[in-house]
Structures are given as C-alpha cells and as structure tokens.
Design a protein around this ligand. Sequence first.
Ligand SMILES: Cc1cc2nc3c(=O)[nH]c(=O)nc-3n(C[C@H](O)[C@H](O)[C@H](O)COP(=O)(O)OP(=O)(O)OC[C@H]3O[C@@H](n4cnc5c(N)ncnc54)[C@H](O)[C@@H]3O)c2cc1C
Length: 350
Amino acid sequence: MLLQENVALAPLTTLQVGGPARFLVEAQSLSDIREAVQFAQSRDLRLFVLGGGSNLVVSDTGFPGLVLKVAMAGIERRPGTHEGKVLFDVGAGESWDRFVSHAVRAQCAGIECLSGIPGSVGGTPVQNVGAYGQEVSETIESVEAFDLRDGQLRDLCAEACGFSYRSSIFNTSERGRFIILRVTYALAPGGEPHLEYADLKQHFAGRETRPDLAETREAVRHIRARKGMLIVEGDPDSRSAGSFFKNPVLNESQHEDLRKRAEAKGFTVPSYPALEKNRKVSAAWLVEKSGFARGYALGHMAISTKHALALVNRGGATSAEVLALKDQIQNRVEEIWGIHLEPEPVFVGG
Ligand SMILES: Cc1cc2nc3c(=O)[nH]c(=O)nc-3n(C[C@H](O)[C@H](O)[C@H](O)COP(=O)(O)OP(=O)(O)OC[C@H]3O[C@@H](n4cnc5c(N)ncnc54)[C@H](O)[C@@H]3O)c2cc1C
C-alpha cells in the first residue's frame, strides 16, 4: 500500500474545489484496502471512499482523515447467459463510460442511455445513477462490497441495495459502511436500445429505421455535450458535479400547491412521462422560474450557460463559494415555490 500525505483533492474531482486529504491511498487490490482500513482504524481516522470524484464538493479545509481511492478496474464477461442475460463483473475502479462503450460494442443493451456519465463503476450504485430513461438499478445484478463493520466481504443482491430515485442503502441507511469492490451487471444480448426519453426521440425524429445501440450511445453523448453534461477538455461548462439538485418528488397536495403558485404567475408546471412516473418536478424549471438565468455568476461560481442545474467552477472557486450559490438558489426557490431543493453531490470534510 502506498500511503501519501497532504494530497490536493481538488484535481481528483470534476468540480475542482477544496483542500487536501491528510492521507490518501490508491487501492490496487483487496489487500491494499484491508491495510488502509487497518491504518485508519488504528489511528482513529475518518475514512472517505473516493471514486472518480464526479459527484463531490470537497471542503476548503480538506479532509482530515484517510481518503481511499478505489482503483481496481477490469471488465469480465461470464461465459454463456443467465436467465437470458449476459453478466459482466466490473471492478469498482473501472471508468463507467468505458464499460458502457464495451457493453455497446458487445451488442448488450441496458445501459446505453447512461453513456457519457463520468466517474467510476463503483460510484454507480451509490446514487442509483440514471439518465435519459434508464437507471442502474434496472441492470445491477449484485454488488460486492467490503463491510467496514466486521471486515467481511458481502455480496448484495439488487434488492438488498434498496434502490430508488438517486438513492440506495449506500447513501442513506448504510452510508459509510461499505467499500464497493465490484458491480455485476446483467445486460440483454442483442437487445434494442431504450428510446423513451423526449430528447432522444427528438434526436431520431423522422428516421425510418430503428437506431442501434451504438447510434443511441452517440446520440446521448451528443445531447449531453450540448447541455454541458459531458466532460469535454477545454469546455468551462463541464467543470461541475453534474446536476446540482435532485428533481423534487412531491405528494399530491404539494403538487397542487405548486400548480396554484405557477398559475398565479401565468406559468404551467412542465410535465412529461419521465417526470410523472415518479411524481417528480423539474428542478431546472424551478431554478429558472425563480429568476436565475443560465450563466448567472456569484464569485467564481456560476450556473452553467448550457443547463440551469449545473453549477460551474469558472476557475479558482472555493467550496465556500459553491455553498453560497447553492444557498442562494435553495432559499429563493423555497421562498417562491415552497419547495426545498435537495443537493445531489456529496459534501466531503468541513
Ligand atoms: C458532467 C457530469 C454529468 C453527470 N451526469 C449524471 C447523470 O446523468 N446521472 C447521474 O446519476 N449522475 C450524474 N453525474 C454525477 C456522477 O457522475 C455520478 O453520481 C457518478 O456515479 C459518481 O461516481 P464517482 O465514481 O465519480 O463517485 P465520487 O464522486 O468519487 O463519489 C460519490 C459518492 O460515492 C461514493 N463512492 C464512490 N465510489 C465508491 C466505492 N467504490 N465504494 C463505496 N462508495 C463509493 C463516495 O464515497 C461518495 O459518497 C454527473 C456528473 C458530472 C460531473
């Protein structure tokens, strides 16, 4: 195990803010993980598990404990099929988008709409990553994890992961308990791409033949790039943590209250199947209709010029500035619409 001290965390995240980690270990094996855990426990240090750093806001004071970056990569396809599906065992440190590309090339369907999402495979079950009509909960077969409670390895089936919208046991009831080592995905060989989402339908409008998986992947990446939701070298709008707020899930009376407030202002609350399915409301719409224009800046932070939900580091931002912009948006949305926007990224340290 290679133990590093006082390592800058900002360059290890897509938002690029925050101070250093007191200690950092990049784990290449299970034995590195065991050794790092033992080191942290013997010194009573807090432990934070780092993947690709694409969903994080690191505090300006950094993290006073041990950051464990899980780096074990690799994609293994099991022979044959299991209940009609092909199983892929993928190391937590593998790049998520590399795995999607691999699956698409192997003509296996189920994750093509999740193309272009940054981060690691190990990060995907944590918030049940989703986009353009697919969520990883639909294709995860099981998750292998190191249990910090007793040092044992656990094989958690999808049901045990407790998936729901942007949520699982890993970021709620069992937060901080598991280090994810490997995720097994069950994909449909020769399956058709999932083309339910409005943006995708629009992209392929007028086509006579059904797009294949590779074309769907390219379309998703294209749409993402347009929205600043693809990490593109040199594009300042991609220095973000993706969507900063979750779409609020409302009950009937909250929804009725929102509808009335919108009506009084001459607006109609946008509604489309992907939102209705989970009784969600578009957080981007709430932000824009609270008077925040795309490109609105506060200090070194700004709302992306391409998407109202992405908060972008314009260069040299601090995490205090991230929090200031977050608070301003949350407060104004709450004041105008009576809805509390919940942040999506994980706040580290502080
Ligand atoms: C441009 C952009 C676009 C995005 N688009 C989307 C999108 O469409 N949909 C979506 O859902 N998300 C999106 N995201 C958010 C992010 O990419 C995902 O949440 C991603 O899965 C995070 O993975 P990561 O490896 O980067 O995790 P990190 O950011 O490193 O960590 C996030 C959380 O997961 C935990 N974690 C990571 N790895 C492990 C592990 N091996 N074991 C245990 N815990 C672990 C961390 O402790 C932390 O709590 C986007 C982000 C960006 C920057």
